[in-house]
Write a protein that binds this ligand. Structure first.
Ligand SMILES: [Zn+2]
Length: 255
């Protein structure tokens, strides 16, 4: 079994005590990459590049070929469904715990969903699909971790789908803010009312009402373009049960 100083990062905070690995001249905060064995990181280094993306930029979109895998290093990426009628709703959120481009793990190169940079900074490590596939053939442990992430992400997407149908907007907003805080590691989340409405599949006035409920409870402060989480415990009390389910799944992802 190859040795690595940081392979236990997904299970503990040992990452904090070990030197932060670097790829393409940048520290690796993505938990999948950071927990890779050194020899796996060595295989990746010649093929992986640090990239920055603007807010609103698509990493992939329906009908387009998925050419790259992407390991987010900071910020948040939303997996979004756009309907023919013009509706938009978020079915997945991915941060430093995850990977964008799951279809290429299975030899597929398209998705009916959109992966869009939603909360800046849009920073991550990008690798061509074919290069990643070649490396995974030589890296069964990394491949297993990506498959494991894929399965857990599928469970989270299913929970979010149920949440959208069964729970109130203020509960869903609290759940979304908690998920975002876990992934960003910050109490400050930069977002617009329009963005929140699209993510929650609700109208802007409805989102305003929901944010008002959370603000009056003392859980958050909501000003134009920014949410500050003031009291996480109150926010957890305001969220539906879905957050607890997702948090337990997220622990297996190292969050
Ligand atoms: Zn829910």
């Amino acid at each position: 079994m190859p040795q690595t100083p940081n392979h236990s990062a997904a299970q503990s905070t040992s990452l904090d005590r070990e030197p932060t690995p670097q790829i393409d001249g940048h520290p690796v905060h993505n938990l999948i990459l950071a927990s890779a064995y050194e020899q796996e990181q060595s295989l990746l280094r010649p093929f992986i590049r640090f990239v920055t993306s603007d807010k609103g930029e698509n990493l992939y979109a329906p009908g387009e070929k998925i050419e790259f895998g992407y390991f987010p290093n900071a910020g948040l990426v939303s997996i979004v469904v756009n309907t023919v009628q013009g509706g938009t709703i978020e079915v997945g959120v991915v941060g430093k715990e995850g990977f964008i481009g799951l279809p290429i793990l299975f030899g597929l190169y398209s998705s009916p969903h959109c992966a869009v940079i939603q909360v800046p900074p849009g920073e991550g490590f990008r690798i061509k699909a074919a290069d990643l596939q070649n490396i995974l053939r030589q890296s069964p442990d990394l491949e297993t971790r990506l498959y494991r992430y894929s399965f857990l992400q599928g469970l989270i997407v299913a929970q979010i789908a149920a949440c959208h149908r069964l729970h109130e907007v203020d509960q869903r907003l609290a759940r979304w803010l908690l998920m975002s805080q876990d992934r960003l590691g910050s109490n400050f989340i930069s977002l617009t009312q329009e963005f929140l409405a699209e993510m929650l599949g609700a109208s802007r006035p409805t989102v305003t009402l929901a944010a008002g409920i959370l603000q009056r409870s003392g859980a958050i402060q909501y000003t134009r373009g920014k949410v500050t989480i003031l009291d996480r415990q109150l926010l957890e009390q305001a969220a539906c049960e879905c957050y607890g389910v997702i948090r337990n799944l997220s622990k297996d992802l190292g969050l």
